[in-house]
Design a binder for this molecule. Sequence first.
Ligand code: 8YV
Length: 313
Amino acid sequence: MKIEKNVLIMSLFPNKITKLFDETFNTFKSYEQENAEKFIESLSDKIEAIAVMGGTAVSSELIKKLPKLKIIANYGVGYDAVDVKQATLSNVKVTNTPDVLNDEVADTAIALSLCVYKNIALANQFLLEKKWLKSEYPLSKKFSGTKFGILGMGRIGKTIAKRIESFNCEICYHSRNQKDVKYKYFSKLEDLAEYVDTLCVITPGGEETKHLVNANVLQKLGKNGFLINIARGTVIDQKALIYALQNNIIRGAGLDVFENEPNVPDDLINLNNVILTPHIGSATVETRYDMGKLVYDNIVQMLTTNTTLSPVN
Ligand code: 8YV
Protein backbone atom coordinates (compact mmCIF):
# COMPACT_ATOMS: atom_id res chain seq x y z
CA MET A 1 0.00 0.00 0.00
CA LYS A 2 1.41 3.39 -0.95
CA ILE A 3 0.00 6.52 0.65
CA GLU A 4 1.24 9.73 -0.95
CA LYS A 5 1.79 11.58 2.32
CA ASN A 6 4.94 13.01 3.92
CA VAL A 7 6.06 11.61 7.25
CA LEU A 8 8.89 13.00 9.35
CA ILE A 9 10.65 10.28 11.34
CA MET A 10 12.55 11.94 14.17
CA SER A 11 14.09 8.89 15.88
CA LEU A 12 15.50 5.48 15.09
CA PHE A 13 12.76 2.83 15.04
CA PRO A 14 13.18 -0.97 14.75
CA ASN A 15 14.21 -1.87 11.17
CA LYS A 16 10.93 -3.60 10.35
CA ILE A 17 8.98 -0.49 11.34
CA THR A 18 11.23 1.87 9.39
CA LYS A 19 10.74 -0.42 6.38
CA LEU A 20 6.97 -0.29 6.80
CA PHE A 21 7.10 3.52 6.88
CA ASP A 22 9.39 3.65 3.84
CA GLU A 23 7.15 1.32 1.84
CA THR A 24 3.98 3.23 2.70
CA PHE A 25 4.88 6.92 2.84
CA ASN A 26 7.35 9.48 1.61
CA THR A 27 9.64 9.47 4.62
CA PHE A 28 12.09 12.08 5.86
CA LYS A 29 14.49 11.04 8.62
CA SER A 30 15.76 13.94 10.69
CA TYR A 31 17.73 11.69 13.05
CA GLU A 32 20.12 10.88 10.21
CA GLN A 33 20.89 14.55 9.59
CA GLU A 34 23.75 16.49 11.05
CA ASN A 35 21.55 19.56 11.34
CA ALA A 36 18.09 18.17 12.09
CA GLU A 37 16.57 21.57 12.73
CA LYS A 38 17.61 22.94 9.33
CA PHE A 39 16.45 19.75 7.66
CA ILE A 40 12.99 20.01 9.24
CA GLU A 41 12.77 23.70 8.32
CA SER A 42 13.41 22.84 4.67
CA LEU A 43 10.38 20.50 4.79
CA SER A 44 8.10 22.74 6.78
CA ASP A 45 5.34 23.04 4.15
CA LYS A 46 5.31 19.30 3.47
CA ILE A 47 5.19 17.34 6.72
CA GLU A 48 1.80 15.89 7.67
CA ALA A 49 2.86 13.42 10.35
CA ILE A 50 5.66 12.97 12.87
CA ALA A 51 6.81 9.63 14.27
CA VAL A 52 8.97 10.21 17.33
CA MET A 53 10.48 8.29 20.20
CA GLY A 54 9.31 9.31 23.67
CA GLY A 55 12.04 11.51 25.13
CA THR A 56 12.77 13.38 21.88
CA ALA A 57 11.33 16.86 22.32
CA VAL A 58 8.56 18.03 20.04
CA SER A 59 8.41 21.68 21.08
CA SER A 60 5.73 24.29 20.48
CA GLU A 61 8.17 26.09 18.12
CA LEU A 62 8.49 22.97 16.00
CA ILE A 63 4.73 22.37 15.89
CA LYS A 64 4.12 25.99 14.87
CA LYS A 65 6.61 25.64 12.00
CA LEU A 66 4.65 22.77 10.37
CA PRO A 67 1.31 24.14 9.10
CA LYS A 68 0.25 20.85 7.45
CA LEU A 69 0.99 18.71 10.49
CA LYS A 70 -1.95 16.48 11.51
CA ILE A 71 -0.46 13.98 13.93
CA ILE A 72 2.45 13.48 16.30
CA ALA A 73 2.66 9.74 16.97
CA ASN A 74 4.76 9.15 20.08
CA TYR A 75 6.67 5.87 20.35
CA GLY A 76 6.16 5.31 24.08
CA VAL A 77 3.30 5.55 26.54
CA GLY A 78 4.82 8.64 28.18
CA TYR A 79 4.45 11.74 26.03
CA ASP A 80 5.91 14.34 28.38
CA ALA A 81 8.44 15.48 25.74
CA VAL A 82 5.64 16.50 23.36
CA ASP A 83 4.02 19.91 23.80
CA VAL A 84 0.46 18.56 23.80
CA LYS A 85 -0.99 21.95 24.69
CA GLN A 86 0.43 23.52 21.52
CA ALA A 87 -0.55 20.47 19.49
CA THR A 88 -4.17 20.86 20.60
CA LEU A 89 -4.09 24.60 19.84
CA SER A 90 -2.70 23.81 16.38
CA ASN A 91 -5.33 21.13 15.80
CA VAL A 92 -2.72 18.37 15.77
CA LYS A 93 -3.53 14.94 17.21
CA VAL A 94 -1.03 13.34 19.59
CA THR A 95 -1.03 9.57 20.05
CA ASN A 96 0.97 7.28 22.34
CA THR A 97 1.49 3.52 22.73
CA PRO A 98 -0.48 2.33 25.78
CA ASP A 99 -1.10 -1.30 26.76
CA VAL A 100 1.31 -2.97 24.29
CA LEU A 101 4.17 -2.36 26.73
CA ASN A 102 2.47 -3.13 30.05
CA ASP A 103 3.97 -6.62 30.41
CA GLU A 104 7.43 -5.51 29.38
CA VAL A 105 7.71 -2.55 31.76
CA ALA A 106 6.20 -4.63 34.59
CA ASP A 107 8.78 -7.36 33.93
CA THR A 108 11.52 -4.73 34.15
CA ALA A 109 10.14 -3.51 37.48
CA ILE A 110 10.30 -7.05 38.87
CA ALA A 111 13.81 -7.58 37.48
CA LEU A 112 15.09 -4.38 39.10
CA SER A 113 13.40 -5.21 42.41
CA LEU A 114 14.93 -8.67 42.60
CA CYS A 115 18.32 -7.44 41.40
CA VAL A 116 18.54 -4.76 44.01
CA TYR A 117 17.30 -6.94 46.90
CA LYS A 118 19.58 -9.84 45.97
CA ASN A 119 22.58 -7.75 44.86
CA ILE A 120 22.68 -9.63 41.57
CA ALA A 121 24.98 -7.18 39.75
CA LEU A 122 27.61 -7.16 42.50
CA ALA A 123 27.32 -10.92 42.96
CA ASN A 124 28.00 -11.38 39.25
CA GLN A 125 31.03 -9.11 39.49
CA PHE A 126 32.24 -11.02 42.58
CA LEU A 127 32.25 -14.30 40.64
CA LEU A 128 33.84 -12.79 37.52
CA GLU A 129 36.65 -11.36 39.64
CA LYS A 130 37.21 -14.88 41.08
CA LYS A 131 36.56 -13.64 44.61
CA TRP A 132 34.38 -16.72 45.29
CA LEU A 133 37.58 -18.78 45.44
CA LYS A 134 38.48 -16.91 48.63
CA SER A 135 35.16 -16.26 50.36
CA GLU A 136 31.38 -16.58 50.24
CA TYR A 137 29.34 -13.68 48.85
CA PRO A 138 27.67 -11.64 51.66
CA LEU A 139 24.04 -12.47 52.45
CA SER A 140 21.40 -10.28 50.83
CA LYS A 141 17.80 -9.41 51.76
CA LYS A 142 14.66 -11.49 51.16
CA PHE A 143 12.13 -9.90 48.78
CA SER A 144 9.17 -12.29 49.04
CA GLY A 145 6.68 -11.31 51.73
CA THR A 146 7.79 -7.67 51.94
CA LYS A 147 5.49 -4.65 51.66
CA PHE A 148 5.49 -3.32 48.11
CA GLY A 149 4.27 0.22 47.42
CA ILE A 150 3.38 1.47 43.97
CA LEU A 151 3.29 5.16 43.10
CA GLY A 152 0.78 5.29 40.22
CA MET A 153 -1.92 2.66 39.77
CA GLY A 154 -2.53 2.96 36.04
CA ARG A 155 -2.29 0.20 33.46
CA ILE A 156 1.36 -0.61 34.16
CA GLY A 157 0.96 -0.21 37.93
CA LYS A 158 -1.82 -2.81 37.87
CA THR A 159 0.31 -5.17 35.76
CA ILE A 160 3.17 -4.85 38.24
CA ALA A 161 0.81 -5.49 41.17
CA LYS A 162 -0.46 -8.70 39.55
CA ARG A 163 3.10 -10.03 39.33
CA ILE A 164 3.97 -8.91 42.86
CA GLU A 165 1.01 -10.89 44.22
CA SER A 166 2.91 -14.08 43.42
CA PHE A 167 5.71 -12.99 45.79
CA ASN A 168 3.23 -12.90 48.70
CA CYS A 169 3.94 -9.22 49.20
CA GLU A 170 1.44 -6.84 50.76
CA ILE A 171 0.65 -4.42 47.92
CA CYS A 172 -0.15 -0.78 48.61
CA TYR A 173 -0.35 2.27 46.39
CA HIS A 174 -0.68 5.99 46.11
CA SER A 175 -2.27 7.86 43.24
CA ARG A 176 -4.23 11.09 42.98
CA ASN A 177 -7.50 9.21 43.31
CA GLN A 178 -8.35 5.86 44.86
CA LYS A 179 -8.76 3.17 42.19
CA ASP A 180 -11.13 0.22 41.99
CA VAL A 181 -8.46 -2.30 43.04
CA LYS A 182 -8.13 -4.55 46.07
CA TYR A 183 -4.82 -3.05 47.24
CA LYS A 184 -4.37 -0.76 50.23
CA TYR A 185 -4.68 2.91 49.28
CA PHE A 186 -2.68 5.74 50.83
CA SER A 187 -3.90 9.25 50.08
CA LYS A 188 -0.48 10.65 51.09
CA LEU A 189 2.73 9.54 49.41
CA GLU A 190 4.73 10.12 52.62
CA ASP A 191 2.49 7.67 54.50
CA LEU A 192 2.88 5.04 51.79
CA ALA A 193 6.68 5.48 51.83
CA GLU A 194 6.74 5.08 55.60
CA TYR A 195 4.65 1.89 55.49
CA VAL A 196 6.38 -0.05 52.70
CA ASP A 197 9.73 -1.76 52.14
CA THR A 198 9.83 -0.96 48.42
CA LEU A 199 8.50 2.11 46.66
CA CYS A 200 8.09 1.52 42.94
CA VAL A 201 7.54 4.63 40.80
CA ILE A 202 5.32 4.22 37.73
CA THR A 203 3.52 7.52 37.39
CA PRO A 204 3.66 9.77 34.29
CA GLY A 205 6.41 12.39 34.05
CA GLY A 206 5.96 16.10 33.39
CA GLU A 207 5.53 19.21 35.51
CA GLU A 208 2.69 17.78 37.64
CA THR A 209 4.80 14.97 39.06
CA LYS A 210 8.18 16.74 39.14
CA HIS A 211 10.16 15.79 42.27
CA LEU A 212 7.14 14.10 43.86
CA VAL A 213 9.64 11.75 45.50
CA ASN A 214 11.67 14.30 47.48
CA ALA A 215 14.02 14.22 50.48
CA ASN A 216 11.08 13.91 52.87
CA VAL A 217 9.58 10.90 51.05
CA LEU A 218 13.01 9.22 51.01
CA GLN A 219 13.43 9.88 54.72
CA LYS A 220 10.08 8.15 55.32
CA LEU A 221 11.04 5.20 53.13
CA GLY A 222 13.85 4.78 55.59
CA LYS A 223 17.10 2.92 55.99
CA ASN A 224 15.65 -0.47 55.08
CA GLY A 225 13.68 0.87 52.13
CA PHE A 226 14.30 0.37 48.43
CA LEU A 227 13.30 2.69 45.61
CA ILE A 228 12.53 1.47 42.08
CA ASN A 229 12.00 3.95 39.22
CA ILE A 230 10.78 2.82 35.80
CA ALA A 231 8.72 5.95 35.09
CA ARG A 232 10.61 9.20 34.48
CA GLY A 233 13.73 10.55 36.13
CA THR A 234 11.95 13.83 36.80
CA VAL A 235 9.54 12.23 39.30
CA ILE A 236 12.43 11.87 41.77
CA ASP A 237 14.61 14.64 43.13
CA GLN A 238 17.83 12.99 41.92
CA LYS A 239 20.13 15.10 44.11
CA ALA A 240 18.11 14.16 47.19
CA LEU A 241 18.17 10.52 46.09
CA ILE A 242 21.97 10.49 45.71
CA TYR A 243 22.30 12.02 49.17
CA ALA A 244 19.90 9.44 50.61
CA LEU A 245 21.83 6.57 49.01
CA GLN A 246 25.22 7.91 50.08
CA ASN A 247 24.10 8.39 53.67
CA ASN A 248 22.08 5.20 54.18
CA ILE A 249 18.86 7.17 54.49
CA ILE A 250 17.45 4.48 52.18
CA ARG A 251 18.96 1.05 51.59
CA GLY A 252 19.13 0.85 47.81
CA ALA A 253 17.63 1.75 44.46
CA GLY A 254 16.91 0.18 41.09
CA LEU A 255 16.76 2.92 38.47
CA ASP A 256 15.93 2.65 34.78
CA VAL A 257 15.33 6.37 34.25
CA PHE A 258 17.19 9.54 35.20
CA GLU A 259 16.96 13.31 35.14
CA ASN A 260 18.75 14.59 32.02
CA GLU A 261 19.18 11.21 30.25
CA PRO A 262 21.46 9.81 28.95
CA ASN A 263 23.69 11.64 31.43
CA VAL A 264 23.96 9.75 34.71
CA PRO A 265 26.02 11.46 37.42
CA ASP A 266 29.19 9.73 38.65
CA ASP A 267 27.86 10.10 42.18
CA LEU A 268 25.14 7.57 41.24
CA ILE A 269 27.44 5.32 39.22
CA ASN A 270 29.93 5.09 42.07
CA LEU A 271 27.40 3.76 44.60
CA ASN A 272 27.29 0.05 45.40
CA ASN A 273 23.69 -0.04 46.60
CA VAL A 274 22.12 0.67 43.20
CA ILE A 275 21.35 -1.11 39.99
CA LEU A 276 21.24 1.25 37.02
CA THR A 277 19.90 0.44 33.56
CA PRO A 278 19.76 2.70 30.45
CA HIS A 279 15.97 3.22 30.09
CA ILE A 280 15.28 -0.33 28.90
CA GLY A 281 11.82 -0.67 30.47
CA SER A 282 10.13 -1.51 27.16
CA ALA A 283 13.25 -2.39 25.20
CA THR A 284 12.76 -5.87 23.77
CA VAL A 285 12.49 -6.76 20.09
CA GLU A 286 8.91 -7.95 20.55
CA THR A 287 7.55 -5.02 22.53
CA ARG A 288 9.36 -2.33 20.56
CA TYR A 289 7.91 -3.87 17.39
CA ASP A 290 4.39 -3.72 18.85
CA MET A 291 4.94 -0.11 19.93
CA GLY A 292 6.32 0.84 16.52
CA LYS A 293 3.42 -0.86 14.76
CA LEU A 294 0.96 1.15 16.84
CA VAL A 295 2.80 4.36 15.89
CA TYR A 296 2.55 3.34 12.23
CA ASP A 297 -1.12 2.33 12.50
CA ASN A 298 -2.02 5.63 14.16
CA ILE A 299 -0.38 7.57 11.35
CA VAL A 300 -2.00 5.46 8.60
CA GLN A 301 -5.38 5.87 10.23
CA MET A 302 -4.99 9.62 10.75
CA LEU A 303 -3.79 10.33 7.22
CA THR A 304 -6.46 8.17 5.59
CA THR A 305 -9.55 8.48 7.82
CA ASN A 306 -8.78 11.41 10.12
CA THR A 307 -9.15 9.18 13.19
CA THR A 308 -6.61 7.63 15.60
CA LEU A 309 -6.33 4.45 17.67
CA SER A 310 -4.74 5.78 20.86
CA PRO A 311 -5.19 9.54 21.15
CA VAL A 312 -3.99 11.60 24.11
CA ASN A 313 -5.66 14.88 23.08
C1 8YV B 1 10.39 4.10 25.78
C2 8YV B 1 8.95 4.82 27.72
O1 8YV B 1 11.66 3.66 26.07
O2 8YV B 1 6.81 4.23 26.96
C3 8YV B 1 7.49 5.04 27.56
O3 8YV B 1 6.99 6.05 28.07
O4 8YV B 1 9.58 5.48 28.44
C4 8YV B 1 9.60 3.74 26.97
O5 8YV B 1 8.74 2.73 26.65
C5 8YV B 1 10.49 5.52 25.38
O6 8YV B 1 9.27 6.08 25.07
C6 8YV B 1 11.41 5.67 24.18
O7 8YV B 1 10.82 5.15 23.05
